[in-house]
Design a protein around this ligand. Structure first.
Ligand code: MN
Length: 294
């Protein structure tokens, strides 16, 4: 069966939190993977990294990492100092991931998270900057055994890679065994004509997959067609990770950055979110069974 994961900020309103607590919680609920923002790794001592990795091994959790790249490190920037600073920053993050024996970094990791606040008539120059940066970053990813997964995100969160086709084109230009593609149902719902066709288009290049409803609640609670989604994963014989990435609480850095301005579930206490996390795991396992992926 595909490994199933959950994103730590389902529970937490700030990006950095008690990782150890959520490694244990994810395992107790029955998940295989805990994913969290990669930036805090840069602040952690080698001892802390070792401690978290040992804990994850002990409870049988794989740690994977996502990134909404700080615009101060925008590797698509026309400002060469910013761009080079971004290359160095991402290379350092990859090296921290290697210390944890990690193999996956995804997210908006190829440009600053967000969109230009000026008239942009042609994004190709920004894309060229990003590709130039990535050719340097990917060398470190290859050295470290980390797959660098570009995530197609909706137009309000980035301008370079909005669709499965754009992600594929980007990966093809980098041409490395360590570049991957991540699709996310929430973003696809906004940008793709057909979510099923987008998944089939990426096919065996699909390295990781994020689930979330049209409004980023738990799969099955909104109006996305999960039979279409899991049917398409079945069509491509998808065997890689599936990580659920719901954001349901207003407030904090997460509320600000994800634009959550109301609670999307009633009384989102820790116990209530635990319950919802159990529901998601069960829902996804049932869908995998239904579509012969289990
Ligand atoms: Mn995502």
């Amino acid at each position: 069966m595909n490994k199933l994961g959950i994103f730590m900020n389902f529970w937490e309103k700030n990006w950095d939190a008690d990782h150890a607590k959520y490694i244990k919680k994810a395992a107790e609920i029955g998940y295989d993977i805990l994913e969290f923002q990669a930036q805090p790794l840069l602040e952690m001592s080698d001892e802390k990294l070792k401690f978290l990795k040992a804990l994850a091994d002990e409870v049988g959790i794989e740690l994977t990492y996502s990134l909404g790249l700080d615009p101060n490190y925008d590797v698509s920037s026309p400002d060469e100092a910013v761009r080079l600073g971004g290359v160095d920053y991402l290379q350092r993050i990859i090296r921290q991931i290697q210390k944890m024996d990690g193999t996956l970094l995804s997210g908006v990791s190829y440009a600053g998270w967000g969109t230009p606040n000026y008239v942009l008539n042609d994004k190709r120059p920004l894309l060229e900057n990003s590709l130039k940066s990535m050719r340097e970053i990917i060398k470190v990813a290859e050295e470290c055994g980390v797959t660098y997964c570009v995530e197609a995100v909706n137009r309000f969160e980035g301008c370079l890679i909005n669709t499965a086709q754009e992600a594929l084109d980007y990966a093809a230009e980098i041409d490395s065994p360590n570049i991957g593609v991540l699709l996310d149902t929430y973003h696809m719902n906004i940008e793709e004509n057909s979510i099923g066709d987008a998944i089939r288009l990426v096919g065996n290049k699909l390295t990781s997959f994020h689930t979330g409803e049209n409004n980023r609640t738990a799969p099955g609670k909104g109006h996305l067609n999960w039979d279409e989604i899991f049917g398409a994963l079945s069509d491509i014989g998808y065997k890689n990770r599936i990580v659920c990435e719901p954001f349901v609480m207003q407030g904090g850095e997460v509320g600000r950055d994800i634009h959550v301005f109301r609670d999307l579930i009633d009384n989102p206490s820790e116990a209530r979110i635990d319950e919802e996390a159990k529901y998601i795991l069960n829902f996804e396992k049932e869908m995998l069974k239904k579509w012969n992926l289990a």
